[in-house]
Structures are given as C-alpha cells and as structure tokens.
Design a protein around this ligand. Structure first.
Ligand SMILES: NC(=O)N[C@H]1NC(=O)NC1=O
Length: 173
C-alpha cells in the first residue's frame, strides 16, 4: 500500500485499515482521516501522535486502558486483537511457563494498582525475559514520568503497526 492509496480511501475504509494503529482506539483513526492528504507515512504517523499529545491526561490514560495486559487473561482466552496477538506471540509471551505467567500477573496487578492503567510496552521490541524486568523497574518510577514512558511505548507500537500496513522498511523504535 502506498500513500496515494491511503489518500484515496474513504472514511470507512480508512478506519477499517488504520483503526487499530492505536490499540482499540478507532476514534483516533477517524479523527486523522480528516487531516488527509498525507505527504508520506511519517506525515500520517505525525497526525496519529499529535492527536495523542493533544489529549488531556484523562484521555491519554484512557488510551493506555484500552491496552490488554501482556500475557494476561485475554491472551489465555484468545480474545486479543490480531495485532496484539501477533506482537505478544512474537515476543514469546504465548509460551511462558505457569510460574512466569504468575509472576507477570502479579507485577501487572501491582503496576495497575499504583498507576491506574495497565503496563504498556512494545512487545516486539523486547523479549520475554525483558518484560518482567522492565515492569519491575517501571513500577518504581514517578507517575508523571511513567505516563510519558507508557505513551512513548504506545507510539512505538503504532509506528510498527503503520510500518506493517504500509510495507515501509522503518520498523525501528
Ligand atoms: N500491555 C501492552 O503493552 N500491550 C501491548 N503491547 C504490545 O506490544 N501489544 C499490545 O497489545
């Protein structure tokens, strides 16, 4: 898919294709469509990120809350979005042993209790061993800093998803 094809999409098609660039937030794609035409994929990405940056804190936390836990209940139940399923399997989170799963569940619960939103990390950029390590580290960060870090991870996930869709060779953090 190239940028001309993106620019020629009608609203429904655009939201179908880009609705999950930000996990379970099709409203963002719906708002970004109004900003077309886009000069290239970087320009398209900029509009997704600018929407996130312009939200009040409650909206930014809402975006984080739309993310499923890493190696959480939805993974066990098979109810993840296709993108999240691919990312979590790619990071090896589908093949954790019972003990590792339990450890992650406990850390996820502590994190959510402290910050009020789930722990978010671009799984494709880390391995299964790095997830609990990073979770344990970020658990002790100040809340304002943690919100910024988590939104940075949302953007990394979005950038990788856009690169998948546009076939661009820019799968970097
Ligand atoms: N909780 C969390 O980070 N979930 C996200 N991370 C990722 O790479 N895909 C997701 O769904």
């Amino acid at each position: 898919m190239d940028i001309e094809q993106v620019n020629s999409m009608d609203f429904g098609e655009f939201v179908d294709v880009f609705g999950n660039v930000i996990e379970r937030c099709p409203l963002i794609a719906a708002a970004v469509w109004s900003q077309r035409p886009f000069s290239d994929v970087e320009d398209l990405e900029k509009h997704f990120f600018a929407f996130i940056d312009a939200l009040p804190q409650s909206g930014q936390e809402g975006i984080l809350r739309c993310h499923p836990d890493l190696a959480g209940r939805e993974l066990q139940r098979g109810t993840l979005t296709a993108e999240s399923q691919r990312e979590q399997s790619g990071a090896g989170l589908t093949s954790l042993g019972a003990e590792e799963r339990l450890q992650l569940a406990e850390l996820n619960a502590q994190y959510r209790a402290r910050f009020g939103f789930p722990f978010v990390l671009a799984a494709r950029l880390s391995g299964r061993a790095a997830v609990p390590r990073e979770l344990a580290r970020r658990l002790h960060c100040p809340p304002a800093q943690e919100l910024r870090t988590a939104l940075g991870e949302v953007k990394k996930i979005g950038r990788l998803r856009l690169a998948d869709l546009l076939g661009a060779d820019r799968a970097r953090p």
